[in-house]
Design a protein around this ligand. Structure first.
Ligand code: FCB
Length: 440
């Protein structure tokens, strides 16, 4: 049996997002977000559910923090809902929204859990969307003002500030495929949105540091490595093109200060308007990079291979292939000059069954996590600087367009009673966090 030891200060955590867990969608003065609007539109969500109540975390946060403590979490990644603190995105501040995040953060610190705050996990104020949303440059400035407001209030206690979660999903699922809020399908708008998200990231990083230059500022990117289906030169070239077109866009902008030439070739006239100074603003120094990893693409000259023969798939239809995480981390390490990395999301949805004893024996999730932890440990031995790991997710929650049909939690949530049950994977994770060790 091989034991993989992690460094003593490695941060074992779990992640969530405001819209997926908070509920209380219109309480205490909260304004409408694009996800409130989208989920209230018939036909948008697979099971016709909404995040109106979700895990009711807004009311149950104190118990949920107690649960995190029981799991031995050293860090917790969550997002703040812009419309709770600025109901219309700018202008009037809602003190009850700020007070809520004060309470949550104080509870985390009292439980010795390091808060990692994400400012934008997809719930744009609807009032800003009505004025054009991320296709308008004004939204970038509104975002920077929101960042400054939050840092002034919480920066004395929150040391890790993430601007965006997964800009590519925001731009392409929201404005190209239309499967996410605001449900737009327009390539020209989508690339302009992508660029504006980067500008907003740069402005927010400046705004955060203007309030307190000692804070850690980062961004979270989702990256799907493109593996060649074979060693043939044609497959190798196709895989590399897939990476350049789809994945390199944001890391190239952030860590190199330009968009990949392959994106210009692909997008042509739909390339966004870039103002002078934008790329330097985007490429400013960061204190950490968050990597969200779930799966990979297997690419041949004919296109993506799916399903990969013999491979295991999660309920999302994502291939289970942990070695791709080690390769991804090594590639990022060699392609870019990177700050320390946190794995900010990794996890899996499998059909969970509640046993007669009330327990959830989710061995497949446990194995998935174990194998990904091991690959991370190997990447660290290869020389990649990984400082922490956030499992997606702390608890089952509202999985965007899939509603409540997909469960990713270490903790099961019964949505009728709001009862929480730690799954076997959660118990096992508590041991990993306690011992700092994973055994094969
Ligand atoms: C990521 C999202 C997260 C969750 C997982 C499954 O793309 O950041 O909110 O939906 O996928």
């Amino acid at each position: 049996m091989t034991a993989h030891k992690f460094p003593p200060n490695f941060l074992w955590g779990a992640a969530t997002a405001s819209y997926q867990i908070e509920g209380a969608w219109n309480e205490d003065g909260k304004g409408e977000s694009i996800w409130d609007n989208f989920s209230h539109t018939p036909g948008r969500i697979e099971d016709n559910s909404t995040g109106d109540v979700a895990c009711d975390h807004y009311h149950r946060y104190a118990d949920d923090v107690t649960l995190m403590r029981r799991l031995g979490l050293k860090a917790y990644r969550f997002s703040t809902a812009w419309t709770r603190v600025l109901p219309r995105g700018s202008g009037r501040v809602e003190p009850r929204g700020l007070a809520y995040y004060d309470r949550l953060i104080d509870a985390l610190l009292a439980a010795d859990i390091e808060p990692f705050l994400t400012l934008y996990h997809w719930d744009l104020p609807q009032a800003l969307q009505d004025a054009g949303g991320w296709s308008e440059r004004d939204t970038c400035h509104a975002f920077a003002d929101y960042a400054a407001l939050m840092v002034k209030r919480l920066g004395d206690r929150v040391k890790y500030w993430t601007t965006f979660n997964e800009p590519s999903v925001v731009a392409f699922d929201g404005y190209l495929m239309g499967e996410h809020a605001p449900g737009i399908q327009d390539p020209q708008v989508a690339y302009q949105v992508a660029h504006h998200l980067m500008v907003a990231h740069g402005l927010a990083a400046q705004a955060i540091r203007a309030v307190d230059s000692s804070l850690n500022v980062g961004i979270v990117l989702n990256l799907w490595p493109a593996d060649p289906a074979s060693d043939s030169p044609a497959d190798l070239a196709a895989a590399e093109l897939t990476w350049q077109r789809g994945e390199a866009l944001f890391p190239d902008a952030i860590f190199k200060g330009y968009y990949p030439p392959a994106v210009y070739d692909l997008v042509g006239d739909n390339m966004p308007k870039i103002q002078s100074g934008d790329m330097a603003l985007i490429a400013q120094r960061l204190d950490y990079l968050g990597v969200n990893f779930y799966s990979r693409n297997s690419v041949s000259a004919e296109g993506n291979i799916s399903p990969v023969p013999g491979a295991e798939y999660t309920e999302m239809g994502w291939e289970v292939h942990a070695p791709a995480l080690r390769r991804l981390l090594n590639r990022l390490h060699s392609d870019y000059r990177l700050p320390p990395i946190y794995i900010t999301e990794n996890g899996a949805s499998f059909p969970d069954v509640v046993s007669p004893d009330g327990k959830v024996h989710d061995e497949r999730r446990l194995d998935y996590l174990k194998n990904h932890f091991i690959q991370t440990s190997l990447a660290m031995q290869d020389g990649v600087d990984v400082r922490g790991y956030f499992v997606w997710s702390l608890m089952d929650n509202f999985e965007w367009g899939h509603g409540f049909t997909k469960r990713f939690g270490l903790v099961r949530v019964d949505y009728k009673t709001q009862k929480r049950t730690v799954k076997d994977s959660g118990m096992w994770y508590a041991k990993v966090a306690r011992t700092n060790e994973v055994s094969e």
